[in-house]
Design a protein around this ligand. Structure first.
Ligand code: NAD
Length: 498
């Protein structure tokens, strides 16, 4: 059995705690590896390592730091196929979808390559008599990221690329369910020229997370995962004086206005609702048709599409989606479907008994579709995180606007319409952090920022884009007054950054 340790000081090291977790291959249901779960002492050792390495990296000029990321982009391109396969094997998503997971991470690495420009401060000449004022952004020191299972390449890159570009050392605690890709990314960063100790990976569970939250040398923590853990991490980390940003769960609605192109809306719902088996924080899990006629037409078109979804092993490049991540998660999703029936929702398509020939032990589930879901039901209020779509019928636009606005989660939302006025009004008024207009999954591109509202996000600054530079740096402002007069001789060689 393969064991996965930690990545500290530029190489993989064995776990010392004696505790391990199973890493499954969801498409077959087998255990593919055992991952070491770090003790508090192992986390501390990683932090010491990072702390020793950080000052030299922080003092390296930002162009050189960016060049490491540029080389890393090249190396990931070289290894793209093997990374996507490894990712699909441990997560369960299909290989084409795994490629997207990697690509959306690389786009943030590309953004972080602009760090020499992004970290520039401000300058005011003559703020007073003979006085100039300027500000500079400096790295925080050692920072950490705690990431979820569902994007094992993208989210680690969203965290470590801006942090490291800014001159910090980074401790990554990836999900214990699919740790191999994060380990491989750390190796590639070292191959790209990153000094040892600037990116350390500690695998683990609550013990490792708590050690990160309590460590006095970790200055900031970025978290992505479920909301209850996000809230816990936010409160414990911030009460220990750290900067903390935590992104949580979601219940993303898609409003279908009576004038929407219904074929387009159905395509969007199928892809955004069932892609990656619904295990995306930006998946659409609630469809809100506006008006009786829209609802009837939508249901008529949607049912056959859900019934004919192609579910296959992660290696089947023609499959719409693959297995869920673990047996425990599969059971949880099925339990929600049972709950929905008990709560009185109408199950139009039941995918619970789906099995795949030759892969009988894999964690598969067919698509499920509920109609007549109401805001009081738990299947509406809670995140299911599986291939289950709920239809909540709205009588009019105002009611449709109210549903996502009043929901406890506020990650993403979409409206499908041909009416620019309605779309504009919706975007302005809806109480949700990321909005799509005829776009079902409005994940902002890398140079904008990503973040949900309400119980989908704790803390003030978003992920990637300009907010990530603010999050991973502190601002120092200098006020200076100099006696006038030239002090130095002329310099004849053009100054360079080498
Ligand atoms: P999770 O909350 O179970 O785990 C996330 C991380 O927290 C992991 O690294 C895990 O080891 C750690 N963790 C788990 N339990 C812990 C505990 N009791 N104490 C301390 N740490 C603990 O989430 P998951 O199942 O890996 O990921 C799915 C969730 O992540 C969904 O809710 C999804 O919506 C959310 N998510 C949100 C975003 C976003 O940007 N808002 C993006 C992706 C996923």
């Amino acid at each position: 059995m393969r064991t996965i340790g930690h990545f500290i000081g530029g190489r993989e090291v064995e776990g010392q705690s004696g505790r391990f977790a199973d890493v499954f291959i969801p498409m077959t249901g087998e255990v593919g590896a055992k991952v070491a779960l770090a003790s508090a002492a192992e986390v501390r050792a990683a932090v010491e390592n990072a702390k020793a390495a950080q000052p030299a990296w922080g003092a390296t000029n930002p162009q050189r730091r960016a060049r490491v990321l540029m080389k890393f982009l090249e190396l990931v391109q070289r290894d793209f196929d093997s990374l996507a396969e490894l990712l699909a094997r441990e997560h369960g998503k299909t290989i084409p979808d795994a490629r997207g997971d990697i690509q959306r991470g690389l786009e943030v690495v590309e953004f972080a390559c602009g760090v020499p420009h992004l970290m520039k401060g401000e300058y005011t000449e003559g703020a007073g008599p003979g006085i100039d004022v300027y500000s500079m952004r400096q790295p925080l020191g050692v920072v950490a990221g705690i990431t979820p299972f569902n994007f094992p390449a993208m989210i680690p890159m969203w965290k470590f690329a801006p942090a490291i570009a800014c001159g910090n050392a980074f401790i990554l605690k990836p999900s214990e369910r699919d740790p191999s890709v994060p380990m491989r990314l750390a190796e590639l960063m070292i191959e790209a020229g990153l000094p040892e100790g600037i990116l350390n990976v500690v695998n683990g569970d609550k013990e490792a997370v708590d050690a990160i939250l309590d460590d006095p040398d970790i200055m900031a923590v970025g978290f992505v995962g479920s909301s209850s853990i996000a809230e816990y991490i936010y409160s414990r980390g911030s009460s220990n004086g750290k900067r903390v940003q935590c992104f949580g769960g979601a219940k993303n609605h898609m409003i279908i206005m009576p004038d929407a192109d219904l074929d387009q809306a159905v395509d969007a719902l199928i892809g955004a609702g069932y892609g990656s088996a619904g295990e995306r924080c930006m998946a659409i899990s609630v469809a809100v048709p506006v008006g009786q006629v829209t609802a009837e037409r939508l249901v008529e078109k949607l049912v056959p599409r859900v019934e004919s979804l192609k579910i296959g092993p992660s290696t089947d490049t023609t499959a719409d989606y693959g297995p869920l991540v673990t047996k425990a998660h599969l059971e949880k999703v099925k339990a929600y479907v049972e709950l929905g029936i008990q709560e009185g929702a109408k199950l139009l398509v039941d995918g619970r008994n789906f099995t795949l020939q030759g892969y009988e032990n894999g964690f598969y589930m067919g698509g499920c579709l509920f109609d007549h879901v109401t805001p009081g039901m738990r299947i509406y209020k809670e995140e299911i995180f599986g291939p289950v779509l709920s239809i909540v019928r709205a009588h009019n636009y105002e009611e449709a606007l109210r549903l996502p606005s009043e929901h406890q989660y506020g990650n993403g939302v979409a409206i499908f319409t041909r009416d620019g006025d309605a779309a504009r009004d919706f975007a302005a008024k809806v109480n949700v952090g990321m909005v799509g207009i005829n776009v079902p999954i409005p994940v902002p591109i890398a140079y904008y920022t990503f973040g949900g509202w309400k119980r989908s996000g704790f803390g003030d600054l978003n992920q990637h884009g300009p907010d990530s530079i603010r999050f991973y740096t502190k601002t120092k402002t200098v006020t200076s007054r100099w006696p006038s007069g030239v002090k130095e001789g002329a310099e004849f060689v053009i100054p360079t950054m080498n």
